[in-house]
Design a protein around this ligand. Sequence first.
Ligand code: HEC
Ligand code: HEC
Ligand code: HEC
Ligand code: HEC
Ligand code: HEC
Length: 145
Amino acid sequence: MTSNASKELKLAYGIAIVLLIVGVLSYTAFSAKAPDEPLRIVYTGVGGSVIFDHATHATGYDLACTACHHHPPEPEEGAAMASCTSCHAIPKDGSLPKACLDCHAEDEVGLESMPKKTDAFHSQCIGCHKEMGAGPVECAACHGL
Ligand code: HEC
Ligand code: HEC
Ligand code: HEC
Ligand code: HEC
Ligand code: HEC
């Protein structure tokens, strides 16, 4: 009777420890997947390079993360923080970007309302600068060297 009870207790501890390890492993796996928040991003292209200071935009100008990271429409932590490029770089053949398929079925959504990458950046960056009356709006002020 006593030894049975202590066997059960040992079993219970055993299960608890296994669950704890599984929990820690899943947590580690999950956090390893989330991308780091960038400090600065340099875009190079035919327009001339643009430096985007992510750290200062995210913490220095009192902007919510979701002022820029906007899809899904009701963003949960993590899911909405994907790079703009993962969605707005539309494949040349006009097909749905792969990232959409994480959440939508192939025939469920279209691309009519989604601007292409460069338009998406210009519209959001310049749109906010105009709205706030702060930050560069002239080509040369962003496209430096
Ligand atoms: C607020 C900053 C900002 C302003 C102002 C701005 N741009 Fe840009 N521009 C960017 C960013 C960021 C990108 C990078 C997006 C990308 O890679 O397509 C970009 C990309 C481009 C590209 C595409 C580069 C490539 O190789 O794909 C061209 C061309 C361009 N801009 C021209 C202009 C012109 C012309 C103006 C003025 C009418 C202008 N930009 C104003 C930030 C800006
Ligand atoms: C002013 C707009 C803006 C704000 C505010 C902002 N971000 Fe970003 N974030 C960006 C842009 C632009 C990129 C680069 C996306 C690209 O190049 O495709 C980016 C990239 C990222 C990435 C990297 C994504 C990847 O897969 O490479 C993470 C993570 C991120 N942001 C998290 C955050 C968090 C967390 C906050 C709030 C604390 C925040 N951002 C606030 C505009 C912003
Ligand atoms: C998970 C996919 C996804 C990511 C990541 C994403 N977008 Fe979008 N974006 C969309 C979709 C879908 C639409 C069209 C439907 C809508 O407005 O929600 C859109 C619309 C837009 C529009 C036009 C509508 C508007 O709100 O003015 C702009 C500009 C834009 N995105 C810029 C960005 C920028 C800049 C980033 C990165 C900071 C970004 N998007 C990240 C999917 C995404
Ligand atoms: C992280 C998950 C996620 C990803 C990735 C994602 N979406 Fe969505 N999307 C959602 C959710 C959640 C809604 C809201 C669903 C609803 O209202 O029924 C939504 C709604 C939409 C809508 C209709 C509502 C609106 O905002 O106008 C369109 C169109 C859309 N998504 C297109 C896209 C496209 C195109 C991509 C890829 C470029 C994409 N989505 C990637 C989660 C996502
Ligand atoms: C939601 C609003 C918002 C968005 C979106 C935004 N900015 Fe800004 N940006 C600001 C504000 C506010 C300032 C500060 C201006 C000041 O204090 O003079 C600023 C300043 C800047 C400056 C000058 C100072 C610095 O930090 O280097 C540059 C360059 C700039 N932004 C580039 C960009 C680019 C490129 C994007 C798009 C990838 C972008 N911004 C998107 C709000 C925004």
